[in-house]
Write a protein that binds this ligand. Structure first.
Ligand code: AHR
Length: 322
């Protein structure tokens, strides 16, 4: 009896161990591997986006292979090819520019690896090359800024001379924030974009471009329309060095609504900040899981965003998450 009892217990333990090992093995087999190619680390926005993606992957139990492209398309293409070679389950990336993606996306499709675009879109004829785009509506952001300008200058005969600090040349937010502004102001000839140049979404770039604008156009400038907060903070430094009071002598319109942007609004140096949320990680991980599970995912997932004028900045600043 005792021997039988021992055997029974031994068998039970053995079975339990085998079952546990089996569960572990299948859990491991099921862990999703996501290859993610990030644009770079050009801005506070980007840093917050990277943190959001990494944290959300960890929380979702997704194995993340993260690659920083240092704002170069060729690095993103290399990273995507490497993810294909590693046979990841899903590839996600924030494309540095809009064009030139067909060949590498066709390679991912041929390898049956779904691609999710996050933050920025690509310009391809065959939209089956990607599953979905998760991120902001940059054209609408530009329109929102344009409407703010219309309201601000509604009783002003003009001319309203705008200098534009553009983001990275060929990127979706640079193209679209420009297009959205034009769409709104084109019907009113008093608005004139007198100069437009790229500061590559960086503080140093914004400062350099604004120094040149201040030298060339000086007091003619009524509005600085800057495609992100980092460039705006650089432009503020350049204006102050040139004896121009940002927020007073000129209206400063910015994008992102980062803590740095809010602090500048509280200091009276940015007049309006159009929100663009970098906290895309949780939505991305949910979409990755759905795609792997074979569920239908909407082709476009637009982030919910708003506009913050300077007068609400002090009250809202403590609640900002990035
Ligand atoms: O694609 C989003 C843009 O890229 C943000 O406005 C900017 O700060 C970032 O670098």
């Amino acid at each position: 009896m005792r021997l039988i009892g021992k055997l029974a217990i031994g068998t039970l333990i053995g079975t339990t161990l085998t079952l546990a090992a089996g569960v572990d093995a299948s859990a491991q087999e099921k862990q999703i591997t996501l290859g993610f190619s990030q644009v770079g680390a050009e801005s506070a926005w980007r840093t917050a986006d990277t943190v959001s993606v990494k944290t959300a992957a960890k929380d979702a139990g997704i194995n993340l292979k993260f690659s920083d492209a240092q704002q170069k398309q060729e690095n993103q293409i290399k990273a995507i090819r490497s993810f294909i070679a590693q046979k990841v389950n899903v590839i996600a990336f924030s494309p540095v520019v809009e064009s030139g993606w067909e060949p590498v996306l066709a390679e991912a499709k041929a390898a049956h690896i779904p691609v999710i675009l996050t933050d920025r879109a690509v310009d391809v004829k065959d939209t089956s090359l990607y599953v979905t785009v998760i991120g902001s509506d940059f054209v609408e952001e530009g329109r929102r800024a344009g409407r703010w300008l219309e309201e601000r200058y509604k009783n002003d005969a003009g001319p309203v001379n705008i200098v534009e600090l553009q983001g990275t040349v060929g990127s979706a937010p640079a193209n679209d924030r420009h297009a959205g502004l034009i769409e709104v102001i084109k019907s009113d000839p008093k608005f004139k974009i007198i100069a437009s140049q790229s500061g590559d979404f960086t503080l140093a770039g914004g400062k350099q471009v604004m120094e040149a604008f201040a030298k060339t156009y000086g007091k003619q400038i009524n509005v600085v329309y800057s495609h992100n907060d980092d460039m705006t903070l650089g432009a503020i430094q350049a204006m102050e060095e040139a004896g121009i009071k940002p927020g007073k002598d000129v209206s400063v319109v910015s994008f992102d609504a980062t803590k740095g942007g809010f602090q500048a609004m509280v200091a009276g140096k940015i007049n309006v900040d159009v929100e663009c949320s970098p906290l895309l990680g949780p939505q991305l991980m949910a979409a990755v899981k759905d795609v792997v599970a074979g569920k239908q995912v909407p082709k476009r997932i637009v982030t919910n965003e708003t506009v913050f004028p300077m007068n609400v900045a002090a009250q809202i600043l403590p609640t900002r998450k990035y």
